[in-house]
Design a protein around this ligand. Structure first.
Ligand SMILES: [Zn+2]
Ligand SMILES: [Zn+2]
Length: 275
């Protein structure tokens, strides 16, 4: 078994470093039949109050953040139009329109998000949570590590509950990097299994898939997102999985797919089939 598609990718104009054309050309070289582009769709009225926003402005990628749905639409409409043109130009490879969405659990967000996807008509939607609402601001995963111990616990609980709500919403094709907080060393204790399990149950009920995200593999790290602890729950519930490289550069397309494929084979997991 070899996964001949990749669907979790980021490009220039958002926080990726290569153009869609670079990504398509590289995908062809790697023998893929399908590539999906899934830039960030992150809309929150308080987004500019987050520390991550200032950081992104300095880094030149604040375009992934929007205070209003209209702003995000104004970026995605020409972005998807560009993909339409490239579909004509590259008939030999299937090019899909995706998005990686930050879920916020309130009715206004939900309603406006549904209106936005009615306009954009993406081929698939990746659910994620890089932020947690906290007081009148929102905190990125990177900010959580700096909080005191009891606040860290509150944030992590909010994170898992938010993911459960995201899965329950039924809005998403699959959920991204489930245990993202481990990026900053949080949530690794067995104590969190109960929260993880709750999310897995909601994912199962809503027929959502999950990804094995290979971006966490580093020279000193032998696991992807999610951890083996979560993968055991995924196996138990027989939730379909796909492999994501979360490539922000063309050279990262299909990175460590061999390792993730070994997990799928060894655990005999259900491999997600793209429509
Ligand atoms: Zn992400
Ligand atoms: Zn991503």
């Amino acid at each position: 078994m070899t996964q001949k598609y990749t669907l979790h990718t980021h490009t220039i104009g958002f926080d990726g470093q290569d153009s869609i054309i670079n990504m398509i050309e590289t995908a062809k070289q790697r023998g893929l039949h399908t590539i999906g582009i899934s830039n960030h769709f992150i809309v929150h009225p308080n987004i500019k109050k987050s520390k991550m926003y200032e950081f992104a402005v300095r880094g030149g990628y604040s375009n992934i953040y929007a205070e209003t749905f209209q702003t995000a639409l104004n970026r995605f409409i020409p972005h998807y139009a560009e993909i339409d043109v490239l579909r004509e130009q590259y008939p030999e490879i299937r090019i899909l329109k995706g998005m990686e969405v930050d879920f916020f659990n309130n009715p206004i967000w939900h309603n406006k998000f549904e209106q936005a996807i009615n306009i954009l008509q993406p081929d698939y939607i990746i659910g994620s949570a890089h932020f947690i609402e906290y007081g009148d601001t929102i905190l990125n995963t990177h900010d959580w590590a700096k909080a005191d111990t009891s606040t860290k616990d509150i944030l992590l609980k909010k994170y898992w509950i938010n993911l459960a709500n995201a899965a329950q919403s039924g809005l998403f094709t699959w959920m991204a990097h489930l245990d993202l907080p481990k990026k900053v060393g949080l949530g690794c204790e067995d104590y969190w299994a109960e929260y993880e399990n709750n999310v897995i149950e909601e994912i199962n009920k809503s027929k959502t898939a999950i990804e094995i995200n290979t971006s966490f593999y580093k020279p000193d790290c032998y696991e992807p997102y999610p951890s083996n602890r979560i993968m055991q729950m995924v196996k138990h519930a027989n939730i379909p999985v796909l492999i994501s490289d979360d490539a922000h550069r063309a050279k990262d397309l299909c990175r460590h797919f061999d390792k993730a494929e070994n997990i799928i084979i060894n655990m005999n997991l259900q491999h997600y089939q793209i429509r």
